[in-house]
Design a protein around this ligand. Structure first.
Ligand code: ADP
Ligand code: MG
Length: 298
């Protein structure tokens, strides 16, 4: 694992900002930490970056615990970093390189990576917000870290800036970096991440994969009936049906494999001698699933 936390917790006085967090972030993933404002995302990132002292629990980077050598492998943007307004991108990155104690040989490469090479001699104050954020990512990438940590990287950007940052994150991931991204935006996590977890009131309440299309998070539910015929036995036998319940109105509600269509199910049932009198398919999106996760944990 790239990062594991064990019962990681943080209290600010009586506020339990993060409670008994057990996170596993695999190497090579674009890992989303999704949660509403105040759910503990930034506090969690602050702890694993060594800027917030945990009240309880521990964490381990690269299976090696938490020591200073390990921190060099981690690039992070927690808030918008401060650059000198009258300096160009190149001048600012030279300052960053000095502060971080790394060489200047990667400056051009990092500027190309974030799409600012052509504007490298423009002053920082002439940059759009999106360009400023991309320069911050370039600065974080200067030491060639194994992991890049981003806290709400698209906050305050216009739609073009948002799209550029999301593409950049995917590019960096394709280059072999692990990325940890905190966001309160469901669609951001869906578009950018390969795995995600959900935080609510400081607690980890869900962790799972996001497929490229979000498909694996789509759940298909089918409501069906065949007159007042009991379908329990046949539904138990069918592989396409993962689980089912009988509703108060006598209809059955079945959870089916994600790719299964109403026609598939109808055909399999017909082959079993069942003629349906009612069939209704409902696909649950990631958004509905997220809302359901939050509701069930209330
Ligand atoms: P998120 O990043 O998900 O919006 P935070 O981690 O910033 O959430 O905050 C989690 C909770 O901890 C919130 O209730 C917030 O008000 C509180 N909190 C965060 N930092 C501090 C701090 N330095 N002092 C007191 N309370 C804090
Ligand atoms: Mg935050």
């Amino acid at each position: 694992m790239m990062l594991e936390t064990h019962n990681l917790s943080k209290n600010f006085g009586s506020i339990r900002a993060v409670q008994q967090m057990n996170l596993q972030i695999p190497e090579g993933s674009v890992f989303g930490i999704l949660g509403p404002n105040g759910s503990g995302k930034s506090t969690t990132l602050g702890m694993v970056l060594g800027v917030v002292t945990p009240s309880e629990g521990s964490f381990s980077w690269f299976g090696k615990g938490d020591d200073h050598h390990v921190r060099r492998e981690i690039g992070a943007i927690l808030e918008r970093p401060i650059f000198y307004p009258a300096f160009t991108a190149v001048q600012n990155l030279k300052v960053t390189a000095k502060i971080k104690g790394v060489g200047q040989e990667r400056i051009d490469e990092c500027l190309k990576l974030v799409g600012l090479f052509d504007r490298r001699h423009s002053k920082f104050k002439t940059y759009s917000l999106g360009m400023k954020q991309r320069l911050a990512i370039a600065a974080a990438m200067l030491p060639d870290p194994k992991v890049l940590i981003l806290d709400e990287p698209t906050n305050g950007l216009d739609p073009t800036g948002i799209a550029e940052i999301r593409e950049l994150i995917k590019d960096i991931a394709r280059g072999g970096k692990t990325i940890v991204l905190a966001s309160h935006l469901l669609d951001e996590v869906q578009k950018v991440c390969t795995e995600f977890c959900v935080l609510r009131s400081g607690k980890l309440i869900y962790q799972g994969p996001v497929s490229e299309t979000g498909e694996s998070l789509q759940r298909t539910t089918v409501d069906l009936a065949a007159g007042d015929q009991a379908l329990d036995e046949v539904l138990k036998r069918i592989d396409l049906v993962e689980s089912f319940t009988k509703m108060p109105d006598g209809h059955y509600r079945a959870e089916v494999a994600g790719e299964c269509t109403a026609a598939d199910l109808n055909k399999v049932l017909f082959d079993q001698g069942i003629v349906l009198s009612y069939l209704h398919t409902h696909r649950q999106s990631l958004e509905e699933k997220f809302l359901e996760i939050l509701k069930n944990q209330a």
